[in-house]
Design a protein around this ligand. Structure first.
Ligand code: AP5
Ligand code: MG
Length: 218
């Protein structure tokens, strides 16, 4: 099964992609995580991308398409993947169609997380992540079970993303409406779009997604 999780910044794409990854054994491919890893590694592309990401703008299609093309050819993607944060433009979507066709693969579904704008800002401003394993948390909606300790790996260091500030979030949201929201129509016309209520609690959103996915398999 090859999936896309589509939604604005803070909609819960990463949160839900990780749940599906664990439940179905698919690989989560987050272009945001890949670009942040490249920036930490100090590669030329990573450093260029960091400046763009810190402003909340989109990294160029060529760079992102090349990263994804390379990644979905890796053996661990053979049994399926969940794209989180890609595609983000019509050009990226067309390139993905071509990549999948070349590899005799197809898209099973595009899961849209529908979330109100005000909730996005609240979610992003409370987000933090385990520095060791990357598990995501929220000051109000998903606190670690033991304060200051990661549920998953026991790590005690947490980080907040530099692009998670009010001004950058508004720019990210603007970019979403301008460049990414046309993909909803693109995938509706391909009969792939499945919209879920992303305003529900994390576990309830996950249940709704699992229901959609089992109806695809049934
Ligand atoms: P990326 O890392 O993809 O960021 P984003 O799209 O802005 O989305 P986020 O990661 O902020 O949100 P999310 O939807 O994953 O939400 P999360 O699950 O964390 O991209 C960053 C940058 O990289 C871009 O701005 C761009 O520069 C560049 N980039 C990446 N891909 C690119 C591409 N294809 N093309 C060009 N440039 C690209 O949840 C958010 C918070 O809410 C968490 O704290 C979570 O615990 C909480 N939460 C989640 N679900 C719920 C819920 N149901 N109820 C309550 N709280 C919840
Ligand atoms: Mg994310």
């Amino acid at each position: 099964m090859n999936l896309i999780v589509l939604g604005p910044p803070g909609a819960g794409k990463g949160t839900q992609a990780k749940i599906i990854e664990d439940a179905l054994g698919l690989v989560q491919l987050s272009t945001g995580d890949m670009l942040r890893a490249a920036a930490r590694a100090g590669t030329e592309i990573g450093l260029q991308a960091k400046e763009i990401m810190d402003r909340g703008d989109l990294v160029s299609d060529d760079i992102v398409i090349a990263i994804v093309a390379d990644r979905i050819r890796q053996p661990d993607c053979k049994n399926g993947f969940i794209l989180d944060g890609f595609p983000r433009t019509l050009q990226q979507a067309a390139a993905l169609d071509q990549l999948l066709t070349e590899q005799n693969k197809s898209l099973s579904a595009v899961i849209e997380l529908k979330v109100e704008d005000a909730a996005l800002i609240e979610r992003i401003s409370g987000r933090f992540t385990c520095s060791d394993c990357g598990e995501g948390y929220h000051d109000s909606f998903k606190k670690p079970r033991i304060d200051g300790q990661c549920d998953k790996c026991g790590g005690t260091e947490f980080t907040r993303r530099p692009d998670d500030n009010a001004e950058t979030v508004r720019n990210r949201l603007m970019n979403y409406y301008r460049d990414t929201s046309p993909l909803l129509g693109y995938y509706f016309c391909q009969n792939k779009l499945k919209s879920v209520d992303g305003m529900a609690a994390i576990d309830d959103v996950a249940k709704e997604i699992k229901g959609v996915l089992s109806s695809l398999r049934g």
